[in-house]
Design a protein around this ligand. Structure first.
Ligand SMILES: *[C@@H]1O[C@H](CO)[C@@H](O)[C@H](O)[C@H]1NC(C)=O
Ligand SMILES: *[C@@H]1O[C@H](CO)[C@@H](O)[C@H](O)[C@H]1NC(C)=O
Ligand SMILES: *[C@@H]1O[C@H](CO)[C@@H](O)[C@H](O)[C@H]1NC(C)=O
Ligand SMILES: *[C@@H]1O[C@H](CO)[C@@H](O)[C@H](O)[C@H]1NC(C)=O
Ligand SMILES: *[C@@H]1O[C@H](CO)[C@@H](O)[C@H](O)[C@H]1NC(C)=O
Ligand SMILES: *[C@@H]1O[C@H](CO)[C@@H](O)[C@H](O)[C@H]1NC(C)=O
Ligand SMILES: *[C@@H]1O[C@H](CO)[C@@H](O)[C@H](O)[C@H]1NC(C)=O
Ligand SMILES: *[C@@H]1O[C@H](CO)[C@@H](O)[C@H](O)[C@H]1NC(C)=O
Ligand SMILES: *[C@@H]1O[C@H](CO)[C@@H](O)[C@H](O)[C@H]1NC(C)=O
Ligand SMILES: [Cu+2]
Length: 581
């Protein structure tokens, strides 16, 4: 825990004069952990430890992460979620987009300055890897910020979900003909600060700035502190006008900071509760405890109460927040488009996710590298490949993005390199967005965030200004859906990027060291950027005449038969084990 405000502001006086460089040497390694106390397993840690370190800096600081992939068998990379990487787009981290993945034994340096205060996190951006443990908060303190004098101490609380099986095993079951409806693996438990029973020792009559981040693979969580009110002051790195809440809802990847004023008396301790949103789960396994409990401890000699049941989950609505800087809605979009969300089966019988009929498939050359090498063809979307789902913006375009959720599930959509304005979000099952519907009204001063929940069967409108040349992914932050293709690529002012950004030599060496191409279009063609022959494409659709429904039914019957046999085999052998044990 941090020293109290007095000593902290003395420190910040010393440090705020010159921005400093904060260096981290990270060797990504396997280790073992048992965070829910139910099951010990292999996890991905850093320098032999798990949980991995929190990055903790001040606004204006430079961060240097010397990353080594110490995993003997798989690739890795780091993404700094919510950090704009303004001028350093190649430091953003997603493999296949802004860099090549680091193969076993490879190293590279991430080096960037951070001029945004707030609560962020960092995680691997190689398919499905962070749920195995490589995820932690990234805090940018703001000793001169608008709320600086209003609290005594800052404290981080990270929520997450946890699986007993490793992601590659779960993934091979998820994206397979044996799972034609695309039911996502359900976590085994919920965690708070990567554990259960987290103690939060407090002093009476103080105000704490609590910085929360949900680092889950899948589950959103409702969060509340019994007997206390939260005063929200920040979401996803954007300050808000103070807003009171009894309960908040954090999707995977969202952040909230709130002020928490403690009581004057220390007669009692209080439960801190996180509860996974079970609407996300297709089937809730028997015995699943969706809740994680911690405690606000005023007096450690007093009992730690169990949480009381709440009757209904009624969390704070983030669309009612107002940005503290009062920024108005961007008017008159110059680039408007929509993304249609759908889940459907492809020819291999597995259930994929689509934006506008495209399931994301990585290109042969990282998209950023293509953009920097394509000369005047960089503004032509086709060169980035059909299945990267490319959209090219001109510098300073006012972008309006409509998302129509044709799926009955909730999805938390995240944009790299920006926060977007939350112009509009429909209720559940509103269908397609209709701009001329009189009931659609936009906020005048919409809140901005980098991750937003879309309602089941609903739609939303997001706006932002293309003022950050780079290549930025837009994707669902449910890791299962990233892996099944719910990703689009936004290429922003590549012409400007060509004039202002240069790839670091050590990043290029990561590619060349694995014989991966560093120039050319999505198909690695350098002679003619319009020739996409040999580009990576998704699995082809179902054969003509086969409806998705048909294959689902067919597969279901096969699977049911299989499951029947498998169940007999499993139960049979268990019976045997019990008898012999
Ligand atoms: C990283 O960790 C791995 C696994 O422990 C070890 O083999 C390797 O030598 C380490 N590399 C560096 C540069 O520390
Ligand atoms: C980080 O980038 C800055 C600015 O380009 C440079 O001066 C510095 O040497 C770099 N540091 C490392 C460790 O690469
Ligand atoms: C949660 O974990 C972070 C990172 O390790 C730590 O700084 C913080 O103090 C913990 N929070 C509480 C309430 O203990
Ligand atoms: C706690 O005590 C302070 C100082 O005496 C007072 O200003 C404040 O209103 C009290 N808070 C509560 C919740 O009673
Ligand atoms: C989890 O919390 C909810 C909300 O209070 C409650 O209804 C439910 O019974 C709890 N479940 C378990 C297993 O404790
Ligand atoms: C894309 O192409 C590269 C290079 O040929 C290959 O290594 C990679 O596996 C392909 N990826 C997909 C998803 O097709
Ligand atoms: C693009 O650049 C190439 C060579 O650099 C040139 O031949 C071509 O005319 C340019 N095309 C346009 C549309 O500017
Ligand atoms: C959109 O809303 C307008 C105004 O209510 C209505 O006339 C029109 O039919 C709607 N369009 C669609 C496609 O529903
Ligand atoms: C990036 O920096 C430029 C100034 O260099 C600024 O105008 C722009 O707003 C910044 N964009 C973001 C997303 O930070
Ligand atoms: Cu999703």
């Amino acid at each position: 825990m941090r020293p109290l405000a007095v000593s902290f502001s003395v420190l910040s006086l010393i440090f705020s004069v010159v921005a400093k460089t904060v260096t981290y040497d990270f060797n990504v390694t396997y280790t073992d952990a048992n965070p829910d106390g139910q099951f010990s397993r292999r996890v991905i840690g850093i320098n032999g430890k798990w949980p991995i370190p929190t990055i903790d800096i001040e606004k204006g600081d430079r961060v240097v992460v010397n990353l080594v992939n110490g995993l003997p068998d798989v690739e890795t990379s780091l993404h700094f979620h919510g950090i704009f990487q303004n001028g350093t787009a190649y430091m953003d981290g997603p493999a296949g987009v802004t860099q090549c993945p680091l193969g076993p034994g490879q190293k590279m340096t991430y080096n960037f300055t951070v001029n945004q205060p707030g609560t962020y996190w960092y995680h691997s951006h190689v398919k499905g890897q962070y749920p195995d443990g490589i995820r932690a908060p990234f805090i940018v303190r703001d000793p001169k910020g608008p709320y600086a004098g209003k609290y005594d101490e800052e404290v981080v609380i990270a929520l997450s979900d946890w699986y007993h099986d490793e992601n590659p095993i779960l993934f091979s079951r998820f994206l397979s003909v044996g799972n034609p409806t695309g039911a996502e693996p359900v976590p085994n438990s919920a965690l708070m600060n990567e554990t259960q029973g987290m103690p939060f020792n407090v002093l009476p009559g103080k105000t704490y700035m609590v910085r929360m981040v949900n680092m889950a693979a899948f589950a959103a969580q409702y969060f509340w502190i019994e007997g206390h009110t939260m005063r929200i002051v920040e979401v996803d790195g954007e300050y808000t006008e103070e807003a009171e809440a009894d309960m908040i809802y954090l999707t995977a990847a969202q952040r909230y900071s709130f002020l928490l004023t403690t009581k004057n008396d220390t007669s009692q301790n209080f439960a801190i509760v996180g509860s996974m949103d079970q609407d996300l789960f297709d089937a809730v396994p028997d015995g699943l405890n969706p809740n994680v409990t911690g405690h606000l401890i005023y007096d450690s000699s007093k009992p730690l109460p169990d949480p009381e049941d709440v009757d209904a989950f009624e969390p704070f609505d983030d669309f009612t927040l107002v940005p503290l800087d009062g920024e108005y809605l961007w008017e008159d979009p110059t680039y408007s488009f929509s993304l249609e969300v759908l889940m459907d089966n492809l020819g291999d019988g597995a259930n994929y996710a689509f934006f506008n009929g495209i399931t994301y498939t990585p290109p042969k050359v990282p998209t950023l590298y293509s953009a920097l090498n394509a000369g005047n063809l960089s503004m032509t979307p086709e060169i980035y490949g059909r299945d990267t789902n490319p959209h090219v913006f001109k510098h300073h375009d006012v972008v309006e993005l409509v998302v129509n959720n044709n799926d009955p599930g909730k999805h938390p959509f995240h944009l790299h390199g920006h926060t977007f304005q939350l112009a509009y979000r429909s209720d559940d099952d509103a269908g397609l967005y209709n701009a001329s519907d009189p009931s659609v009204t936009f906020s005048k001063k919409p809140m901005r965030r980098d991750t937003v929940l879309i309602n089941p069967g609903g739609n939303m409108v997001l706006r932002f200004r293309a003022d950050n040349p780079g290549v930025w992914l837009f994707h669902c932050h449910i890791e299962w859906h990233i892996q099944s293709g719910l990703v689009a690529t936004f290429i922003e002012a590549p012409d400007v990027m060509q004039q202002t950004q240069k790839l670091p030599a050590d990043h290029l060496e990561v590619c060349t060291g694995q014989n991966l191409p560093i120039t050319g279009n999505a198909a690695a063609k350098t002679d003619n950027y319009l020739d996409l022959t040999g580009q990576n494409l998704s699995v082809p659709p179902l054969p003509a005449g086969f409806t998705a429904r048909g294959i689902v039914a067919l597969v279901f019957s096969i699977v049911a038969a299989f499951l029947g046999l498998a169940a007999i085999a499993v139960y049979g052998s268990q019976e045997l084990k019990h008898k012999t044990a």
